[in-house]
Ligand binder design. Structure first.
Ligand code: KIV
Ligand code: NA
Length: 266
């Protein structure tokens, strides 16, 4: 059972086999989700929000992305590991973008990188692909653009915006990306983009017609205190599970129920 490559992921679109993707930022979680057979692991810059407690993804650094990618890679996953390029690691110029993409692969062990944007980043995508680092595009609701968007809002509702997103999708594919994340766009637009592109689309808040799906693992597990958006489906109550365990631990220690002699060395 060998490790998945971008060829395996691309073949899944041709075969009509849905591509499953989850975010992951640490070793034990990577071990678990890989044992379940997840196709792709995204070391997302969402780590800054769900793990580090930042307000948005903008403060996340390249060093943090390298650190989390290394932790995930130590799980030796069969899944393809894709790492997000954080804000300011690819916007300045193509040279810096290439260096930073290279560091995520060389120091982090990522097999591919993801960056946000359409036509405006097409030249950057091309430059990274030209150094043999596979790239995943990301268009629609792009969280690093929060200040331009004025919040996390669904994109492409108006016709002109939808046309721009279609142009962005085409530009990302033409630049050589091997897949593209469609985030927070109407399901009809996601379907149109999915039909038109030959590379797989990975949806989040983009409806059921994409070639694959991605969610943030903390949302899937029910680990987040803050509200979770409409497009999330929660599969567990990890907050309840953790709180219950901590409650019982506190009660045991306070009540002298733990540790017992059995937990001790004579
Ligand atoms: O950082 C992230 O988690 C992402 C996915 C939601 C696509 O970019
Ligand atoms: Na991200």
């Amino acid at each position: 059972n060998k490790r998945k490559t971008i060829l395996d992921i691309q073949k899944m679109k041709a075969d009509g086999d849905k591509i499953t993707v989850l975010t992951c930022y640490d070793y034990p979680t990577a071990r678990i989700m890989d044992s379940c057979g997840i196709d792709m692991i995204l070391v997302g810059d969402s780590v800054g929000v769900v793990v580090s407690g930042h307000e948005n993804t903008l403060p996340v650094t390249l060093e943090e992305m390298i650190y989390h990618t290394r932790a995930v890679q130590r799980a030796e996953p069969k899944a393809l590991v894709v790492t997000d390029m954080p804000f300011l690691s690819y916007q300045i110029d193509v040279r810096e973008a290439r260096l930073n993409a290279g560091r995520l692969v060389k120091e982090g062990g990522a097999s591919a990188v993801k960056l946000e944007g359409g036509e405006h980043v097409a030249a950057t995508i091309r430059a990274i692909v030209d150094m043999d680092i596979p790239v995943v595009g990301h268009i629609g609701l792009t969280p690093q653009s929060i200040h331009r968007m004025g919040g996390y809002r669904v994109q492409g509702k108006q016709e002109a915006q939808a046309e721009q997103l279609l142009a962005d999708a085409r530009a990302v594919e033409a630049a050589g990306a091997f897949a593209v994340v469609l985030e927070g766009i109407p399901l009809k637009l996601a379907r149109r983009i999915t039909d038109e592109l030959s590379i797989p689309t990975i949806g989040i808040g983009a409806g059921p017609h994409c070639d694959g799906q991605v969610l943030v693992i903390h949302d899937v597990l029910g680990l987040c205190e803050k509200y979770s958006p409409k497009f999330v489906k929660r599969y567990a109550d990890a907050r309840g599970l953790i709180a219950d365990a901590v409650d019982r631990y506190i009660a045991d220690v306070k009540g002298g129920e733990f540790p017992t002699e059995g937990h001790s060395f004579s």
